[in-house]
Ligand binder design. Structure first.
Ligand code: HEM
Length: 349
């Protein structure tokens, strides 16, 4: 296990000159569009729910495990990094939920999929702070593109399996043009083909900017844990691996930040490309040694399935950009549709 990522802030040139752009040039028109997409997304969530007999999360419906976490801010941070909960150097505690990105539960951990790490934190007397991250550093250009992929996946799931790939391409190309469709589907394919041997050894990225005082940052959790075994032996190898490691030892990630510097290297509105600046560590996320099969572990697991995680559970680190604003409507309705619990209960605190 390495102890830390490079704590060198000298290369960071944070700028306050970032700007958000609204869809159709107006916050009101954009909100209307986001609510339409939230309704459409929830309709697909219900349709999937009817197929599988229960309404689950609209995305990341497949849980891998939920664990107890502690976030400890580092000493000696430069002033520009010391914002929000880092300003008061508060230790936060809570729950992290590992998931697979699909909208149906997967029985086999080797099933291809993006892996999620959603963290819900709270200080002793402070408000809640969530971070939602995935094991890929890129995302889509805007919500319109995301909704195209969601529609294409829904259409592909209804097509005979031999035609599911061509259905995905057809629906995506019709909306985005052949070139962009092929680019995105190739990229998704490459991401899904990437084997994951251990949840603890992956790096997880927020991919979307959030407010950091007057700055905008992309947060990520970079692993400090050893690599996994490259030969999965059971369909629950990711869950078993996490359980086994946590029974013996603590696991740790570093909360790292990339700061907005300029529109070329760190664009706010188009999330297609990862930001081209260093990620600097500001806090340590520890998963203390714990028995996930003990009653406290299983009740945390159950409570985290019922809980709503959202980048809008925040106090000062609100999402920045069109995709971030869309997530307010979409996550709210997805949570309501599945009857999620909006507040942290003692089981996940
Ligand atoms: C417009 C873009 C997006 C849409 C439409 C979308 C949609 C959703 C929905 C509907 C849920 C389930 C919410 C619930 O029922 O509680 C969800 C969960 C999640 N999303 Fe997104 N999402 C988007 C962007 C992102 C981005 C940029 C990330 C990057 C990190 C992300 C990571 C996650 C994770 C990790 C979860 C699981 C949270 C949990 O464990 O409860 N999503 N997403």
């Amino acid at each position: 296990m390495t102890n830390t990522h490079r704590r060198d802030f000298t290369s960071v040139r944070p700028s306050k000159n970032w700007k958000e752009v609204y869809l159709d040039g107006s916050p009101e028109k954009e909100k209307q569009q986001h609510e339409i997409w939230a309704q459409e997304h929830a309709a697909i969530q219900k349709m999937v729910g009817q197929q599988i007999g229960t309404i689950m999360r609209g995305q990341h419906a497949s849980p891998l495990h939920s664990v107890r976490v502690v976030l400890e801010p580092y000493d000696g941070l430069p002033e520009f990094a010391r914002q929000g909960f880092l300003k008061e150097k508060k230790i936060l505690t809570g729950t992290a939920r590992f998931s697979t990105g699909s909208s149906v539960p997967e029985k086999d951990d080797s099933h291809p999929g993006v892996r999620g790490l959603a963290v819900a934190l709270r200080g002793p007397d402070g408000p809640r702070q969530d971070f939602l991250t995935v094991n890929m550093s890129w995302f889509f250009k805007n919500t319109s593109e995301v909704m195209t992929i969601v529609r294409a996946q829904a259409a592909a799931s209804k097509a005979p399996s031999a035609q599911s790939k061509s259905t995905m391409l057809e629906v995506t190309a019709k909306a985005l043009g052949a070139e962009r469709a092929q680019f995105l589907l190739d990229r998704i394919g490459n991401q899904l083909a990437k084997p994951v041997y251990s949840l603890a050894a992956e790096d997880y990225f927020g991919t979307m900017p959030i407010r950091w005082g007057p700055y905008a940052v992309k947060p990520c959790f970079l692993s400090l844990n050893p690599a996994g075994q490259p030969s999965p032996t059971s369909p629950t190898y990711l869950r078993d691996g996490l359980k086994a490691r946590l029974r013996e030892q603590e696991l740790a990630f570093e909360l790292c930040l990339q700061f907005y510097e300029d529109d070329q290297r760190t664009p706010i509105e188009d999330l297609t490309n990862p930001w081209q600046v260093d990620a600097v560590p500001v806090a340590r996320l520890t998963m203390p040694r714990q028995d996930l099969d003990a009653p406290a572990g299983t009740s945390r697991e159950q409570a985290a399935e019922e809980l709503s995680f959202s980048p809008w559970n925040t106090h000062g680190h609100e999402p920045v950009g069109e995709i971030g604003r869309a997530r307010k409507s979409i996550y709210g309705l997805s949570a309501k549709t599945r009857g999620a619990c909006m507040h942290m209960t003692p089981q996940v605190d």
